[in-house]
Write a protein that binds this ligand. Structure first.
Ligand SMILES: [Fe+2]
Length: 443
């Protein structure tokens, strides 16, 4: 067993997936001893015959807390003289989306399809989105079904940072900066412009993909919560340097300003032998999210579930806020415990990764998702309302659940393919039918 395999086994991760701990640290990693130049980034002749390549993920003079850049020491530079030809990925769309805005509640049953033949890119279907990659603002939400590997292909998304949340099936994500294994219950964030391939392992994978056209995700400020809590920095994992297939030809597919381009290279793109910096992919186990909640009565705002934020406006809301609702205790007294009725200025996409959600009935099994646009009223269905009004308020453990939400300040547009999908629950608002009017006598 190699040293790397021993380290993988010790961490309980598949061979080739070894991680460094922390969020946007100044990482330094080498797959071959001595590959990282000592004391500088641009030596006249880098070690082992490598070339030095800088990737700036933010403006050069961005504030230190937000600045992202890495130096890559690789076999060949990313420059090449192969021509680009436009190509298509038919269901992978970029806003503006053709259906436009829809103000009512929307729900879909799981769109998992283990029979669809295709790799990760082929299996992406756009649900919703807003803004524009050209304006560097907004986001897009997609589902994916991956049943085949991206053999001989690599992908770079110059439009967006990508947030990947599998619901079924493990994904092996090979990137320029290392390899990540992502299982249901975890998420990964892949920086804009990073070359990568996404392959299902041990069976098909279905899940969710969020493109972030705005500022890169960062950890929310904790304010009065203090120095730790929510998604703790030590629990983020970034892969160590890894390289392979450096002399094999590859088709590189690029997404740029909503269009797809393809070029054939006579060499591999995963040839980074060492790198240092804080522009890097990472993953997080959502079970490690440290949940904050009420110990007395009522509900705090759902901002307490925020794991990552793409900032936009302190008043109008984030470009994207990514929220995690893991298993947790509910102990509030003389309070209606499920999420109550509400209307928000921000739009909300919610998906169930595992178990059940405490304001939804059995028509919302794992893999299902809902969308409530800006100002769309929603809350407990009638059945949940009646149960919640009469429930005995003993401490309760919501044990089997894993929900994530994407909130955005900008109204979401819909893809017509999602609106016409057979999995759409056309009558989802019927759950609110049968409301019992108790005024003025009460009960
Ligand atoms: Fe909501």
């Amino acid at each position: 067993m190699s040293q790397e395999e021993r380290r993988s086994a010790a961490q309980g991760s598949p061979a080739g997936t070894v991680y460094q701990s922390g969020f946007a640290n100044q990482f330094a990693t080498e797959a071959v001893a001595g590959a990282l130049p000592s004391g500088q980034n641009s030596p006249q002749r880098p070690p082992l015959g490598l070339v030095s390549e800088l990737v700036s993920g933010t403006a050069f003079a961005a504030p230190r807390a937000s600045n992202r850049r890495s130096y890559l020491f690789r076999v060949r530079p990313s420059t090449h003289n192969s021509p680009w030809k436009e190509t298509r990925i038919p269901r992978f769309l970029t806003p503006p989306l053709d259906f436009g805005h829809y103000p009512g509640p929307l729900r879909w049953s799981s769109m998992r399809d283990d029979a669809v033949p295709g790799n990760f890119l082929d299996g992406i279907q756009t649900i919703s989105g807003n803004g524009s990659p050209t304006a560097q603002s907004g986001m897009a939400i997609h589902i994916y079904n991956a049943t085949a590997p991206m053999s001989g292909k690599a992908f770079a998304n110059n439009d967006a940072e990508m947030l990947l949340v599998p619901q079924t099936g493990t994904l092996l994500v090979t990137t320029e900066l290392g390899i990540l294994s992502i299982s249901p219950g975890e998420f990964a964030v892949l920086p804009r412009g990073l070359k990568l391939r996404v392959d299902p392992v041990e069976g098909p994978s279905y899940g969710f993909l969020c493109e972030n056209f705005g500022l890169s995700f960062e950890l929310p400020e904790l304010g009065l919560i203090g120095s730790h809590g929510l998604a703790n920095t030590a629990d983020f994992q970034t892969p160590v340097a890894a390289f392979g297939n450096i002399d094999d030809s590859v088709e590189l597919v690029l997404k740029s300003c909503g269009r797809f381009w393809s070029t054939h290279l006579d060499h591999g793109v995963f040839d980074v032998v060492a790198w240092r910096g804080n522009w890097a992919p990472y993953k997080f186990d959502m079970m490690k999210f440290n949940t904050i909640g009420s110990l007395s009565y009522d509900h705090p705002d759902p901002s307490i579930f925020c794991a990552l934020t793409s900032p936009s406006s302190a008043v109008a809301g984030g470009n994207i806020d990514f929220m995690i609702l893991p298993p947790r205790w509910v102990v509030s007294e003389h309070s209606f415990r499920p999420p109550g009725f509400h209307r928000n200025s921000v739009a909300e996409f919610l998906a169930l990764v595992q178990g059940s959600h405490d304001s939804r009935n059995s028509a919302f099994p794992p893999g299902s998702f809902s969308l409530h646009n800006c100002w769309t009223p929603h809350g407990p269905d009638t059945q949940t309302l009646e149960i919640g009004r009469k429930a005995e308020l003993v401490p309760q453990k919501i044990d089997d659940t894993m929900v994530f939400m994407l909130e955005t300040r900008f109204p979401l547009e819909m893809a017509s393919g999602a609106m016409a999908a057979p999995q759409r629950q056309i009558n989802c608002a019927d759950g609110w039918a049968g409301f019992v009017k108790r005024f003025p006598d009460g009960e």
